[in-house]
Design a protein around this ligand. Sequence first.
Ligand code: SAM
Ligand code: SF4
Length: 497
Amino acid sequence: MSGVPQSNPQKTFYLETFGCQMNVHDSEKVVGTLIQEGYLQVQTVEAADLVLYNTCSIRDKAEQKVFNRLSDYKKYKKQGKTFGVLGCVAQQEGEKIFERAPYVSLVCGSASYNKLPSMLAQLEAASVATREIPFDKLRAGSRPAGENAGLRDDASVIATAGKSGSRKPEAESLVRITGLDDRETDACFETEFTARTNPHRGYITIIEGCDKFCAYCVVPYTRGKERSRTSQSVLAEARQMADLGYTEIQLLGQNVNSYKDSEGNPAARKTFAELLAAVGEVPGIRRVRFTTSHPRDFGRDIVEAIDAVPTLCDHVHLPVQSGSTRVLDAMQRLYTRDQYLERIAWMKAAKREISITTDVIVGFPGETESDFAETLGLLEEVGFDAVFAFKYSPRPNTPSLKLDDAIPDEEKARRLEVLMAKQREIQTTSYKRYIGTSCEVMVEGRNEARVQWMGRTTHNKTLNFTAPATANPKPGTYAPILVTSSFPNSLLGELVL
Ligand code: SAM
Ligand code: SF4
């Protein structure tokens, strides 16, 4: 943890994070903010006064995980702990969470995190007042479930006391605070108090929200409209990180390459590719990554920037979702198979070899065997270095909920298995190309059981390696490794002395 002074810690909090890198980084900022407010972070629910879950609702499974956690906490509530739900499930479900999980006191969407200190203060003040107000005077019951969920940007407090009219012991009266975001919000969670968990590589969010509205996706509803930071503030953060000793920076956004500089002076605005290059030129920064890119906004200038600036990593994650133009159209992805392949051709023509990875959804409503075969064909044609594949999961509020021709779950599972087996074959063969080459890794740690070190290449591949006992490579340093064998998902090598 760095850059966060610990001011007289008293109250303790535990935070568990679900989901994508954006959530991981949001949590780093929430942790920094709470520490600044005088809280102390602890590693178990048992040790915490305040228990927070930063949630993900991208697929049903992710959402269920959170409710499973919450169903477990009745026993903890009796010990006087306060529970809060943050992030996408909070924004999606709003006050309905209080019905499903009645002991939750705080529900807060991601664009309201800058209000967290005042919300927590309100919560504390209200719980003191609740203890002092005669029980009968409390407003009973919560608001109607889901009413206006996702449409408000105010923080509101409701003191409730179980069922209307019932008399319950004081300890069971509940105070509830909601901070839900307006989709049109301009708020970005920028803070100087970020508790980054890794001292060598760190995230910077450059754009929040999404305006693409793919037919299957909750993000435009849970994270609001697209809004970008100024290139100046991004560069200032990158320089600050370099000063603190970070050498790798990953720029983040749901669609990172849809970045539009919000700099006031039009002459000073940077395109995404220019911003990438500028971050790559910050003294001390050795590696720059970015994720996730949307194919529609993926210009040739990004490839040119990678060619021109050696610190930009040789890796692009470009989710395709399907190899069938018909399905891409139904998904409202805004590009065709051919347009996707055109972007792949730009990358394959680059001066350096760029490793390409992707996301695929199988079993989107109406996906035929022949559509699925087109996706398998595309995997072969591109030769991705990794594929993150998911069964289509119907999500609340999304247009694809209304589509006919749902694919049965067993069939989705079958397609997923076929696709993963095909991709494993592809990687088993293609990773062999590294054998005999020397790759630079950032050392990440040591696997004591295997007597190996772990490293990551510029291509974002895990490269485990052996080294003489005297070498003792340190995490965060860079080392040349000779690759000696390959596996479908990783490489093995030895330190070059
Ligand atoms: N913005 C990125 C893009 O456009 O490709 C993707 C961000 S999304 C948070 C990460 C991945 O989750 C997507 O690429 C998609 O494959 C998957 N995903 C999103 N919604 C899904 C759903 N309803 N069912 C299954 N997978 C889903
Ligand atoms: Fe979701 Fe599509 Fe936006 Fe990506 S571009 S976050 S998949 S709506």
